[in-house]
Ligand binder design. Structure first.
Ligand code: GLA
Length: 429
């Protein structure tokens, strides 16, 4: 039976499928109304790789300084990062001078940022990039620099005057859950009042979780993305614990994500020291499934061709940036395998199969096709392409068939499933 006749025979099933997906695609809760982050933000953020290194005497190439950001800005353009979608160059903690200026404004450390932040923003903008900065809702930043408590409007205005395009707002040194919530809300409103488009990156739920279950409907109305889980480290254990946290809490967090507001599982550590190639594949694949903001924290001056290829993989980035804006979830966990899936636009689906066993060699896993995409992804058939670890066209699969995969220890196979009916209707146009 050819593809068209299969599609015709199963018209009813498809009509149901379309209806279900349209209903499912109805946006949930309202997002922060600043028109930003309609897809997850992409960029570079200094923290995981460069931390709070302020020793420019001993380590001039890796201290938090204007020089570091100028170099990264150049490379983001010359090495294809900007073209791949990584647009926001973001400063984390430790950029500030230890005191505010005489007018109560934050100021950059004058030794490390001799030309100030506005100059850096101008340079970054001249390259077609955007600049991110960091501050904290409490009395101090996590590293002990001046906090924004009591200064929300002044700080928002200062950042807008400098031409900043993103604020990562941390939650250290808040005295209470109320202070935390008020701080995040007030800064959101203060940024809005500046009239400048500034992506607002929060850590509100991370700091709230030990005390209350965060209200994601409310958080989404104030933030463009929000951290839920502990800081990422350059290790497999850390990546794994973030995946475990996310899947254990998926009923709470997945419905909160959508255009304008995203769960943030923290930076990509691909290109550093702690993850094997298979583990880097797992991070990239799962951050795409989770519709995560993609902030690399690595050294773009020294990065392997493999890591660069993975981070710039267009097919995987297309899944992360899919305009439907639905976050994926863990579908199944058995025998140390996990299957995750994410609905995409045009009735397509992304599926990731992770082999969590960190002993032995590659293991095979067989997926019944009918179990994917709520039973709809391949009804009556779909075209499957393996995107990671290596792009391979696997061909058409009917609903009744199974797909056998082979996965390295701690690695992932990432698949894209295109609805056969969509392909048929496109080719008959
Ligand atoms: C917290 C945040 C990190 C980083 C540091 C900076 O730990 O979660 O992402 O910003 O503070 O001090």
């Amino acid at each position: 039976m050819n593809l068209m006749s299969r599609v015709t025979r199963l018209g009813c099933a498809l009509a149901f499928c379309c209806l279900a997906l349209v209903l499912w695609g109805v946006p949930g809760t309202r997002a922060l109304n600043n028109g930003l982050a309609m897809t997850p933000t992409m960029g570079w953020l200094h923290w995981e790789r460069f931390m709070c290194n302020v020793n420019c005497q001993e380590e001039p190439d890796s201290c938090i300084s204007e020089k570091l950001f100028l170099q990264m800005a150049d490379l983001m353009v010359s090495d294809g990062w900007k073209d791949a979608g990584y647009q926001y160059l973001c400063i984390d903690d430790c950029w500030m001078a230890p005191q505010r200026d005489s007018k109560g404004r934050l100021q950059a450390d004058s030794n490390r940022f001799p030309n100030g932040i506005r100059h850096l923003a101008d340079f970054v903008h001249s390259k077609g990039l955007k600049l991110g900065i960091y501050a904290d809702a409490g009395n101090k930043t996590c590293a002990g620099y001046p906090g924004s408590y009591g200064y929300y409007d002044i700080d928002a205005k200062t950042f807008a005057d400098w031409g900043v395009d993103l604020l990562k707002f941390d939650g250290c040194y808040c005295d209470s859950v109320k202070h935390l919530a008020d701080g995040y809300k007030q800064m959101s409103l203060a940024l809005n009042r500046t009239g400048r488009s500034i992506v607002y990156s929060c850590e509100w739920p991370l700091y709230a979780w030990p005390f209350v279950k965060p209200n994601y409907t409310e958080i989404r109305q104030y933030c463009n993305h929000w951290r839920n889980s502990a800081d990422i480290y350059d290790s497999w254990q850390s990546v794994r614990s973030i995946l475990d946290w996310t899947s254990s809490n998926q009923e709470s967090v997945v419905p909160a994500a959508g255009p304008g507001g995203w769960n943030d599982p923290d930076m990509l550590v691909i290109g550093n020291f702690g993850l094997s190639q298979d583990q880097q594949v797992t991070q990239m694949a799962l951050w795409a499934i989770m519709a995560a903001p993609l902030f690399m924290s690595n050294d773009l001056r020294h990065i392997s061709p493999e890591a660069k290829g993975l981070l710039q993989n267009k097919d995987v980035i297309a899944i992360n940036q899919d305009p439907l804006g639905k976050q994926g979830y863990r579908l199944r966990k058995n025998d140390n395998f996990e299957v995750w899936e994410r609905p995409l636009s045009n009735l397509a689906w992304a599926v990731a199969v992770v082999n969590l066993q960190d002993i032995g060699g590659p293991r095979s896993y067989t997926i019944p096709i009918a179990s994917l995409g709520k039973g709809l992804a391949c009804n009556p058939a779909c075209l499957i392409t393996q995107l990671l670890p290596v792009k391979t066209k696997l061909g058409f699969y009917e609903w009744t068939k199974s797909l056998k995969t082979q996965i390295n220890p701690t690695g992932t196979v990432l698949l894209r499933l295109e609805s056969a009916s969509k392909i048929a209707s496109k080719s008959s146009l």
